[in-house]
Design a protein around this ligand. Sequence first.
Ligand code: ADP
Ligand code: MG
Length: 262
Amino acid sequence: MRKVFARDQVALDRIVLTVCRGERVALIGPSGAGKTTLFRLLNCTLRPTSGKLWIDDEDVESLNGKDLRRTRSRIGSVYQQHNLVPRLRVIHNVLAGQLGRWATLQSLLSLFKPADVEIARQALQQVGMPEKLLERTDELSGGQQQRVAIARVLVQNPDVILADEPVSSVDPSLASTIVRLLIEISQNRHKTLIVSLHSVDLALAYFPRVIGIKEGRVSFDLETSKITEGMLEDLYSGNFRDHSMTEAISERVQSVAYPSVG
Ligand SMILES: Nc1ncnc2c1ncn2[C@@H]1O[C@H](COP(=O)(O)OP(=O)(O)O)[C@@H](O)[C@H]1O
Ligand SMILES: [Mg+2]
């Protein structure tokens, strides 16, 4: 795929990728490399300028309104800024994953059925904070709000989870917890997971496949064990360590219990 914005701004070029069902992939690369644009192509909110995107064996370009909405609903997105409605209670934000549309949600407000409350409670249980159901979303910490965003995706129950820098606005000590949570969800519920990460260490620690994006192109796309320091230096134009976490955090990441997330 290729994506060119107005004024000949080439955001992505010659992107050729295949991600298999159930795969877990990290995207890394400097700011402005094109990671967010790639996510927007993948979740069908942006169309490639040229080239094609297939989801299963469907050519996304050929999908009309209803089929496109159905395809989009199979893809759940988690963003750096969690896209929650701050003044609503947690339960409303979580159940938005089910409703899909804000107009519907806002007209319902407090009128949730007991079954819905149970769905929301279970999703919050899975992200480790069932007790927050009725709290106001803006009274939670950044890390807790990101868990609400993940609970919302659980309720949506998509086949694919795209998380664009999900831990960039989260306290670094919580970043690995949230990445592990995403990994566990993808493993336990057989979901394809694609995550872009500012932290190279988190990408290398948790993902079997890492794709480096630089200046709109794939710089490498490899099994994690095959990635060298030189490739990372090249990806970040010699500033690789500046883009990484501090050594202390990196050590903690490397010492976390690996087996539980595979
Ligand atoms: N809506 C847009 N209009 C014009 N240029 C854009 C738009 N979105 C992104 N870009 C440009 O595309 C390039 C890639 O951006 P982005 O995908 O956000 O990179 P990353 O997420 O890796 O930081 C950048 O040069 C950015 O300025
Ligand atoms: Mg981005």
